[in-house]
Design a protein around this ligand. Structure first.
Ligand code: SF4
Ligand code: SF4
Length: 335
């Protein structure tokens, strides 16, 4: 069967300024052929100038990630026929949120810089700190890693650094200083490791601007990760650990506290009050133009007219039960 592939080409060496353009190739494809097989065949038989990365061909190295029909995927793990049957097209582009260097090859230096920012290696507790006993009990117990301990970080260890999650990340698209899902998944690999001796400091750094609280929970990273790392789940684990460890002096944690208090108080989100608690008085003043715009469109919540929902007692019962379970869990861990 003959299928047309539209591939985005870009070669800054061809002249200034180089503009990306699509080039079409028609290829005979067979059942079982992957997109990477197709790219290799095009490069072999039709156009030796076509550039793309690849190595293992087995979803292990992560180097062949490209955008296929609009979504980041490993080209070696995507079959042509089912993709064509579903989409009726084969459009191949470089990963989004990455700067193209040539054709489908993108600059991965920013990706590695983000990973470097989370210091991607264990920093075990120093002997002196262990002797002083000024580290949490589990961190003091570096020699033993139970199956349960391992399970907590298991998914984050599966990352092959392909960049698909960063390519699909909405937060990264609007803030190129955001640390991104791949680095955050790696951060949980370390913070969640019982041998790590620096988790509190790591959580403080990750709570800074452009860190873990910038995620907008769009779930794209989890949806498009080819190794089921579930970066959003790891980000949630980081946030939850930061809250438990009292890393609260940042807008993200304040927002969570304000949201929980609001639901407990009135059974719903009192958004105006939340803005003040999240941003503080001075930064909230900067939201006034936005507030006026909302008012004009009839979208401004009225803080003083914010009644409790009818069955607020049921909501408070849920909170009580959650607090009881958390206390039980803390005591079980201590024991
Ligand atoms: S869930 Fe968060 S980290 Fe994941 S893609 Fe969306 S914004 Fe990015
Ligand atoms: S988390 Fe998944 S999508 Fe992101 S770099 Fe790792 S393997 Fe790729």
């Amino acid at each position: 069967m003959k299928i047309k592939f539209k591939i985005k080409r870009y070669n800054p060496a061809e002249g200034e300024p180089a503009e990306p353009y699509f080039q079409a190739y028609t290829l005979d494809v067979e059942e079982g052929m992957s997109v990477l097989d197709a790219l290799l065949k095009i490069a072999d038989e039709q156009d030796t100038t076509l550039s793309f990365r690849r190595s293992c061909r087995s979803s292990i190295c992560g180097s062949c990630a490209v955008n296929i029909n609009g979504f980041a995927r490993l080209s070696c793990a995507t079959q042509v026929m089912p993709e064509y049957a579903k989409m009726g097209d084969m459009v191949i582009e470089p990963l989004s949120n990455h700067v193209p260097l040539k054709d489908l090859i993108v600059d991965f230096n920013p990706f590695w810089s983000r990973i470097e920012k989370v210091a991607p290696y264990l920093t075990p507790t120093s002997r002196r700190a262990r002797r002083r006993g000024d580290v949490p009990a589990r961190e003091n117990d570096g020699a033993r890693v139970t199956a349960r301990d391992e399970e907590a970080i298991d998914k984050s260890q599966r990352c092959i650094m392909c960049g698909c999650c960063n390519s699909e990340c909405n937060a990264l698209e609007i803030d190129d200083r955001y640390i991104g899902p791949a680095a955050l998944a790696k951060a949980w690999r370390l913070v969640g490791d019982v041998r790590e001796g620096n988790s509190r400091k790591r959580l403080e750094r990750l709570s800074e601007e452009h860190g873990m609280w910038n995620c907008v929970r769009c779930v794209h990273c989890t949806q498009y990760c080819p190794k089921s790392v579930s970066p959003l789940k790891q980000i949630e684990s980081l946030r939850s650990r930061a809250m438990k460890e009292g890393v609260l002096d940042n807008p993200g944690a304040k927002h969570v506290e304000a949201m929980a208090d609001s639901v407990k108080r009135v059974g719903r989100l009192d958004e105006a009050a939340m803005t003040f608690r999240t941003l503080g008085f001075l930064r909230s003043l900067g939201m006034i133009p936005f507030g006026l715009k909302m008012e004009r469109h009839g979208k401004m919540p009225k803080p003083l007219l914010f009644p409790q929902i009818e069955n607020i007692a049921e909501v408070r019962d849920i909170y009580e039960e959650a607090e009881r379970l958390e206390k039980e869990d803390r005591e079980r861990k201590k024991g």
